[in-house]
Design a protein around this ligand. Sequence first.
Ligand SMILES: C[S@@+](CC[C@H](N)C(=O)[O-])C[C@H]1O[C@@H](n2cnc3c(N)ncnc32)[C@H](O)[C@@H]1O
Length: 462
Amino acid sequence: MYGTIIINDNIQNSIKLLESNIDKLDVNGNVFVLVRNEVDAIGDVTNDFLDIIEAAVKLKYFYVNTIVAPTKNVIPSNLPDNVLYIVWLAKDKNHFFNKDVIRESHIWKDVEWGKRAKNYNPKGKDPGNVWIPTKDDGKANITEHILLDTSAIINRLHKCSTQEGKDTIYLTSKSISSLNLDSSITVVYSNNDYVPPIPSKISYSKSINDKPNNITGSVIWGTSENMDKIPDGSINVVITSPPYWDLKDYFKKGQIGQESYNTYLDRLYKVWEGCYNKLTENGSLWLNINIRTKNGKVILIPRDFVAQCRKIGFHYKGVLIWHKSSGIPTHDKNIVDRHEYVLVFSKSEYLIINDCISNFKDYKNESINGGLFWNINRKAGSVGKHFIHPAIYPNGLVSRIVQITTNVNDTVLDPFLGSGTTLIASVLEGRSCIGYEYNEGFKELILSRFNNEVDLLAKLKI
Ligand SMILES: C[S@@+](CC[C@H](N)C(=O)[O-])C[C@H]1O[C@@H](n2cnc3c(N)ncnc32)[C@H](O)[C@@H]1O
């Protein structure tokens, strides 16, 4: 029986190893599966970390969390993919976890999430599920972001999951080069051939920065299940965060998200199909969504969206990690959620993005910048008790996607506009934007945000 099983192989092999080792896991044991998303010759994702979670749940593993860490080695998959996924599984919810050995140091002295004194722990900050440790100058300034190598990651996983008298086993393929691991970890090579992802080339474009001309923002009140009011082939990019299933109430009967899961998916299928038709041939769709767990049950919404979009004809190009520094502390057996996913789809075979992606410098470490990790903090007012809308994403997330996918005077669509973030960020970037929102109750909010943040109220059709 093993206390910890760490798997590092390609996705198909990892699934086989999960299957063949489930009976060798201690009752309080943990499993960590390290994977990269895999792509084919045109840069479409063929297998991803969601496949691991889906297979693990079917095998009756308990899903704990997904940790992400940047890598030095970038897989060019139309997008500069530098994400290592660590899918964390266990036998059940009583798994062992020693949080203290991987705590992060407090940078802002005595401050923890929500500024609540009870959350302050003198041993350090609760570890999060984005592994980019920092160094600081002791005066609240980060001086360096650290890129962990695979050995450091495996040693860390071993450290936080090792129980007295229980072994850790590292299962890997012969073709993965040897690492500098803690001597108490047993390394076992499988006979599986490791098939590395086939890299396809990234094509970068230069943006055409004309003068903004007749930029407009429009809101259509109603359901985006029917977007007949927009001409087909007229939208350059869709950026959106759809309602989660069974999580938040946006205060209007008939909204998406409150029905059965199958009906929820059927309704969203219509929205994605509409987006496909409205997009130009070079257009793309950027979907912000996370995995949802309810009473210990995993609802793989991103997996279902990927399947739907593929069926419609979209090419699945990868996953952008929106890294948020804040996060709600969890219980003792888990780490803090500090990221969300943005699934990326293109209408044509190749997704061409703008090379300005390399200008987004979030980290004090050049080997992390320029890839699929974007550290953007949430807007004040979007969390906590006095929120103005239950699920606002930051302007910066949208403006960056707009910059890398469109030119000035292009048009952006958001089928779930909420408080108007996509509209505001697009217009500020010199792009027109059309948004659908079901709840007219958000009108005042959109108007006041547009007035305060854009100062172009005259251009708003609402
Ligand atoms: C996650 S929120 C979007 C938040 C937005 N990204 C922002 O920054 O404010 C989802 C929104 O979808 C809206 N919604 C729900 N059902 C809808 C439907 N059938 N058509 C259009 N919008 C809908 C909700 O009212 C909610 O405002």
